[in-house]
Design a protein around this ligand. Structure first.
Ligand code: 5GP
Ligand code: MG
Length: 182
């Protein structure tokens, strides 16, 4: 079985992702010069974006990880977020850059930001590969660095999964309808 055969259309190509990551990395190098940012990757979906984005950065930086999952009642996010992995770094006084795969309603990130704020970092900003602003219900979540704004479609690839699969695809695409029915 080839996962690529289940993709109906490609929304963001591998080349587009690479080009955008180079642009964002340049911006981040400038904004975080002498700040040694803590690149806080939200597992599991942000792994490929974290690697692609930071490999073009040249300033000193550190990595850490956090895992927060939202419980979806059907297809609509109901707002319950569970944190299962916390960063091991002392966050006090650190400049945190949260790396996310996609912002949909904003519920997950809103909870993550609240938890991190209590640990007294110097700053918190968000970099997301994809943004679906039309679905936002948490108004105060404003990512400073956005790869691509996409329409309200369920996407997979470049970290994003359907039932834990498709994360390894080098592009972002939309699944064929019949895949959901299986
Ligand atoms: P939010 O809390 O912003 O509603 O949801 C964010 C999380 O929902 C993302 O981190 C991701 O795990 C999941 N999600 C939202 N939209 C999509 C999508 O189009 N495709 C996939 N695979 N996951 C999504
Ligand atoms: Mg996620």
């Amino acid at each position: 079985m080839n996962l690529n055969d289940n993709i109906k259309k490609i929304l963001v190509t591998q080349e587009q992702i690479e080009k955008r990551c180079i642009e964002l990395a340049k911006e981040l190098d400038k904004d975080y010069c002498d700040k040694k940012p803590l690149i806080l990757s939200l597992l599991k979906g942000s792994m490929p974006f974290t690697v692609e984005l930071t490999k073009y950065m040249t300033i000193p930086l550190e990595y850490d990880y956090m895992r927060a999952s939202s419980y979806h009642g059907g297809t609509v996010s109901c707002g319950n977020v569970a944190v299962s992995i916390m960063p091991s770094t002392n966050l006090q006084g650190r400049n945190i850059l949260i790396i996310e795969d996609i912002i949909d309603t904003g519920t997950t990130l809103s909870t993550v930001v609240k938890i991190l704020e209590e640990l007294h970092p110097a700053s918190i900003e968000i970099a997301t590969l994809l943004d679906k602003p039309s679905r936002r219900i948490v108004a105060d979540i404003k990512p400073k660095y956005v790869g691509f704004v996409i329409p309200d479609e369920f996407v997979v690839g470049f970290g994003l999964d359907y039932d834990e699969l498709y994360r390894q695809l080098p592009y972002v695409g939309v699944l064929k309808e019949e895949v959901y029915k299986k």
